[in-house]
Design a protein around this ligand. Structure first.
Ligand SMILES: [Zn+2]
Length: 172
């Protein structure tokens, strides 16, 4: 089982006693995740969201919004309003969790009303890719910030599971 999936199982597990016979019980896995969260708080938050933690998304949006405000200030000496940063962060997180185009439900072609088949013209929102672009939702002047946060999210998402595995000592 992948670490991400095992983590999801562990989060929902009621048996958190560490079993001496196995080196990577649920409790060990959660402890490892706790350690890894110090190195990759965003990545671990993403793992928790994928594991079904309903409170984690709101917390992560606040963290990401703070990152955007800080980045805008350090790069451009711009005071990005917190509300705007929060909206951008929430949109980007929604994209990260589901990248399919909401207009065609990821099909690339819109459904024709009353017909069983899809239309022959590509969806005009995603141009037939079935994917949405997180930068579409923000004004031009903010796109570089979204691109930056997008790259950070991808990096952190790729870091979290390996970090947990390393902490567990290669047994994952
Ligand atoms: Zn579409």
């Amino acid at each position: 089982m992948r670490t991400v999936d095992r983590y999801a199982v562990a989060v929902h597990s009621h048996n958190l006693r560490s079993d001496a016979r196995t080196s990577a019980s649920d409790a060990d896995l959660l402890a490892a995740a706790g350690l890894a969260s110090k190195r990759s708080p965003v990545g671990l938050a993403l793992m928790r969201i994928n594991a079904g933690d309903p409170h984690e998304a709101a917390r992560l949006v606040e963290v990401l919004a703070g990152m955007l405000v800080g980045k805008a200030w350090h790069s451009d000496r711009e005071k990005l309003p917190r509300d705007e940063a929060r909206t951008m962060a929430a949109q980007l997180l929604a994209w990260h969790l589901d990248r399919s185009c909401p207009h065609c439900a990821g099909r690339g072609f819109p459904k024709v009303n009353g017909a069983p088949a899809l239309g022959s013209n590509p969806c005009r929102h995603c141009h037939g890719t079935g994917r949405r672009d997180p930068q579409d939702a923000v004004p031009h002047a903010r796109r570089w910030l979204v691109r930056w946060l997008q790259a950070e999210l991808e990096r952190e998402a790729g870091f979290a599971a390996p970090a947990v595995e390393r902490t567990l000592g290669g047994d994952a």
